[in-house]
Write a protein that binds this ligand. Structure first.
Ligand code: HEM
Length: 292
């Protein structure tokens, strides 16, 4: 469907009530969607292999490792995913630096389209919790809600702690030239505990916030299609919608309706990832608390 198809409401046939086509607006660029896809596939790979290493004493981990060629194969795939994730992260940092510093796009670092928290985010947290308990109206969110910013920064935090400890263990003989060898035991402890926290957070909180909460259940396809309907934009990001209308920029975001194959692809991949995450969440919670 062309953008004009999407923008012009369908003509009403005489006497028949033909539902108008929804208008779609662009939210994520293709490169942002590729970046997210790289992050979630490598994270899932790291979580699956990492948790198999961490709970190697349990039956499920043992059987899974055997099925894919043993624990050395698990470690190989863990490192493989780690390298891809690190590259994606570095490319993202490079892109931010290039656009923010060399191309002068300061809006990346501050303002309504930035991921950097603002005072409004803290007001929204307070307002949202009041709304949870029927004590006030639902806050009106801007382009990125406070929990979306939190999820974004969690990757930086995770890459810092999990990444540095991971590479320290990977290149242990080299690193041990500069730090006491016993610190590498601490690195293993930090790596494993922080990874467990990240896995529980992503597979419980992030998945709930993005796909399972009312309004998005059972699957929000925006990260696959890059587009959302006008209704969704008004409902989920009313402050952004209002600003785009007032500044006359809304039309610039108008996009064709997502193709059927892309929506089906999003459904398929999204379901596999959410289900895999849920299975891993249950297995790790069970093994952690039962100890088997
Ligand atoms: C740059 C990223 C990463 C690198 C370089 C890395 C590297 C490593 C290495 C080398 C090991 C093996 C340690 C050993 O010899 O026993 C390991 C273990 C592990 N990794 Fe990663 N890793 C990374 C990211 C992740 C992520 C994102 C997760 C999960 C969310 C994760 C979860 C684990 C777990 C649970 C273990 C086992 C820890 C234990 O035995 O207690 N890793 N990692």
């Amino acid at each position: 469907m062309s953008s004009s198809d999407a923008s012009d409401p369908a003509p009403q046939a005489e006497g028949a009530a033909v539902p108008a086509q929804p208008r779609y607006y662009s939210r994520f660029s293709l490169s942002q969607r590729y970046l997210h896809a790289t992050i979630f596939t490598t994270f899932l790979g790291l979580a699956l292999t990492g948790m198999t290493l961490r709970f190697s004493h349990s039956g499920w981990a043992d059987r899974f490792a055997l099925a894919v060629g043993g624990f050395s194969a698990i470690l190989f795939w863990h490192k493989f995913c780690a390298v891809i994730l690190t590259l994606a992260f570095l490319i993202h940092l490079g892109d931010l630096g290039y656009r923010g510093i060399f191309k002068g796009q300061r809006g990346i670092f501050w303002g309504p389209n930035s991921m950097v928290p603002r005072w409004k985010d803290f007001q929204d947290i307070y307002g949202h919790f009041r709304w949870f308990f029927w004590l006030g109206p639902r806050p009106k969110f801007d382009r990125f809600a406070y929990w979306e910013k939190f999820d974004y920064w969690a990757v930086f935090w995770g890459m810092g702690i999990i990444g540095i400890s991971g590479y320290a263990m990977w290149f242990a003989p080299f690193v041990a030239r500069f730090i006491p060898g016993s610190w590498l035991n601490i690195a293993l402890l930090i790596h494993g505990e922080e990874a467990l926290l990240a896995v529980w957070f992503i597979f419980a909180i992030h998945f709930f916030n993005t796909h399972l909460r009312p309004g998005s259940f059972p699957m929000d396809l925006v990260i696959f299609t890059g587009r959302m309907t006008e209704e969704e934009l008004k409902e989920k990001h009313p402050v952004e919608y209002q600003r785009l209308v007032e500044t006359g920029k809304l039309q610039a975001y108008l996009a064709p309706a997502p193709e059927r194959w892309l929506k089906n692809f999003g459904w398929l991949v999204g379901s596999v990832v959410v289900l895999s995450g849920f299975v891993l969440l249950v297995l790790t919670l069970f093994t952690f608390f039962r100890g088997v």
